[in-house]
Design a protein around this ligand. Sequence first.
Ligand SMILES: NC(=O)c1ccc[n+]([C@@H]2O[C@H](COP(=O)([O-])OP(=O)(O)OC[C@H]3O[C@@H](n4cnc5c(N)ncnc54)[C@H](O)[C@@H]3O)[C@@H](O)[C@H]2O)c1
Length: 252
Amino acid sequence: MGRLAGHHILVTGGSRGIGAATVEKAHAEGARVSFIDLLPDEGRALAGRLGPGAHFAQGDVTSAADIARALAEATGRFGPVTGLVNNAGRNSYADAVAMTEEQWDAVFAVDLKSAWLVARAVLPGMIAAQKGAIVNIASVHAEMTYPGFFPYAAAKSGLVGLTRSLALDMGRHQIRVNALSPGYTETALVAEFFAKSDPALREKVMETHPMHRIATPAEIANCIVFLLSDEASFVTGANWVVDGGLTARFAG
Ligand SMILES: NC(=O)c1ccc[n+]([C@@H]2O[C@H](COP(=O)([O-])OP(=O)(O)OC[C@H]3O[C@@H](n4cnc5c(N)ncnc54)[C@H](O)[C@@H]3O)[C@@H](O)[C@H]2O)c1
């Protein structure tokens, strides 16, 4: 029996990266897992590989209609959602003067609003069950950041605030809500970041990490699954920083 036996875990952005690793780990821990993502090929391939305990729905988490459709499909197969991972996210490279309102809204729609939209859709089932767990994937950018990344840093800080408030509001229903803030993790998102940067930056980043390496998606997924599981039954309202010690350091 795995740590998530009997659970239905919903993961947003589960087709690749940290989300895909979370889908795999939750499935390996005995959960039935549904996931929603924009990317159909990767999503179908992952669900096909995992078999009948996994369900992929193509959809956009910034759309309440897409969320409702995906959730209806998933709960029809696996019953009410017992654990939610709000993982879908995107980077934002921006200049505070040049950025347009449309660009701002597009970042916040994915990196902050979608977490509330999906939580709003699953919370009635969790309240009815008087049990549930939500993990919001924030970032070390919620605490420390670098130049040129301000909408992402602002949205992820907002996501940590949303986490705290939902934890307070839902605690009486025995629903736990936590954030997990990964540091650098080997995914397409980080590959895109390094591709846009000076080629020497990757080596500098590795050297700055105490263990001289960055995370694998599976290392982040292990912590997410712990927070979803009953082993974390007294953890709520927290922001778990999983960054290999990166933010333990300052210049010097
Ligand atoms: N990789 C890192 O170093 C790192 C660090 C800190 C935080 N994070 C956060 O972790 C999460 C996952 O990041 P990742 O590195 O695995 O990224 P990724 O780009 O590899 O995967 C993100 C997934 O989310 C999906 N997605 C994006 N927008 C969506 C939308 N509107 N609707 C549905 N699906 C959508 C993408 O299609 C993709 O499959 C993000 O929230 C990211 O901000 C990542």
